[in-house]
Design a protein around this ligand. Structure first.
Ligand code: CAA
Length: 367
């Protein structure tokens, strides 16, 4: 990443994003002003090509942005990350030139916030097998019915990447991907989740009631949607790894600062030293997966390794941050980070799913 861009991002984080994190967490205030500032830096189109209005950052640089944001405010980081990753990548990977021209510049300018609608009330880890949402072709349209749940950015999104069944009798091969603009008739935004952490980000249920979508909003061929989704999740799982890395870095940093004032014994020092090692190991795993992606090599296993290790590191570091202080009372950065970290081993594929992916990639026989 250009040093000037990194310096501008770090200044934004230091002067505006980090100082507001506690208040945004307390009041659940959506970080729209931060997204506007990121758009001014070009970062709402971080990974998009320059020809489509993006910055065309390489993947390691994208992950550095994520780490810096998460170290300052994890709610801002996930809001940006879902937009710039799973909310944008499927159009770049599977969209036609016309679809890319139509949608990506708006995303890159931050005029539309992206979201990714895969999970459903009865379909989370088993994304292909349990999916109920359907898209039925009628002439030049698809009629969409169903609900999507736990959708990050939901109520503020201007565009959804939707996965729906075009052939319900099939598993993965019955799923297609679509770009669904917010103004689609029949789309409505439902319940906002009252979450334990990441409280300044929004998470909603999205309803489709005979929603009518032009057929030219389908991404790729009918039946290719599950692969589009899995590919997008490969990249975004590195991103969640980078997010967890930033949060773990912050947890250790706040604990170390507390220790400067309170001079705890060697037991605490050793625990913080171990946590620091795990943070650095997480960084190596994130960067390794990111480099493989840019080299055009397979990186599914490495993305899952980065996500698994970094998110479990973040949970442990956040736990330690509270333990070191010897109090679990808010408001404090340690307590906020403790709550923010918890979901990271769950969303974008649980730790159990990451282990399943790694085991399959190792060729281990199915249990
Ligand atoms: N890249 C490309 N293709 C892939 C792939 C990948 N990484 N992984 C699987 N595929 C392909 C397979 O090759 C297969 O295709 P073929 O039949 O042609 O070979 C097809 O997809 C089906 O694959 P599987 O048989 O492996 O599928 P499965 O049903 O066993 O599921 C799974 C695999 C890994 C468990 C998957 O369901 C999964 O990742 N589940 C977790 C879902 C998830 O992460 N949800 C998070 C929601 S998003 C979110 O949280 C965002 C947010 O808002 C924060």
């Amino acid at each position: 990443m250009e040093p000037a861009l990194l310096a501008a991002l770090q200044q934004l984080c230091r002067e505006r994003i980090a100082p507001e994190a506690m208040e945004r967490d307390r009041t659940a205030r959506f970080p729209q002003e931060h997204l506007d500032a990121l758009a001014k830096l070009g970062l709402m189109g971080a990974g998009a090509p320059r020809s489509l209005g993006g910055l065309e950052l390489d993947t390691p640089s994208f992950m550095r942005v994520m780490e810096e944001l998460a170290a300052s405010c994890a709610s801002t980081a996930i809001t940006w990350g879902v937009h710039a990753s799973v909310g944008t990548h499927p159009i770049l990977d599977a969209g036609s030139a016309e679809q890319q021209q139509r949608w990506v510049p708006q995303l890159a300018r931050g005029e539309r916030l992206g979201a990714f609608a895969l999970s459903e009330p009865g379909s989370a880890s088993d994304a292909a097998g349990s999916m109920q949402c359907t898209a039925v072709r009628r002439g030049d349209e698809y009629i969409i019915n169903g609900a999507k749940q736990w959708i990050t950015n939901g109520q503020h999104a201007g565009l959804f990447i939707l996965l729906a069944k075009t052939q319900p009798e099939l598993r993965a091969k019955g799923i297609s991907a679509f770009v669904v603009p917010r103004e689609t008739p029949g789309l409505s935004i439902g319940k906002h989740e009252d979450k334990m952490g990441l409280r300044a980000s929004v998470t909603n249920t999205i309803h489709f009631d005979d929603a009518r979508l032009p057929a030219d909003c389908r991404l790729g061929a009918e039946g290719d949607g599950f692969k589009v989704a899995m590919k997008a999740l490969d990249a975004s799982r590195i991103g969640v790894g980078a997010q967890a890395l930033g949060l773990a870095r912050a947890a250790v940093g706040h604990a170390a600062a507390w220790c400067q004032e309170h001079a705890p014994g060697q037991g605490v020092q050793f625990q913080l030293a171990d946590a620091h090692v795990r943070v650095e190991a997480s960084r190596r795993l994130v960067q390794r997966a990111a480099h493989l992606r840019d080299a055009g090599k397979p990186y599914t296993k490495e993305a899952s390794m980065a996500k698994l290790y970094a998110t479990e590191t973040a949970v442990r570091a956040a736990w330690l941050g509270v333990q070191v202080r010897g109090e679990a009372m808010g408001p404090s950065d340690a307590e906020r980070i403790f709550r923010d970290a918890r979901v990271m081993t769950i969303y974008e594929g649980t730790s159990e799913i990451q282990r399943l992916v790694i085991a399959r990639q190792l060729g281990l026989p199915s249990a």
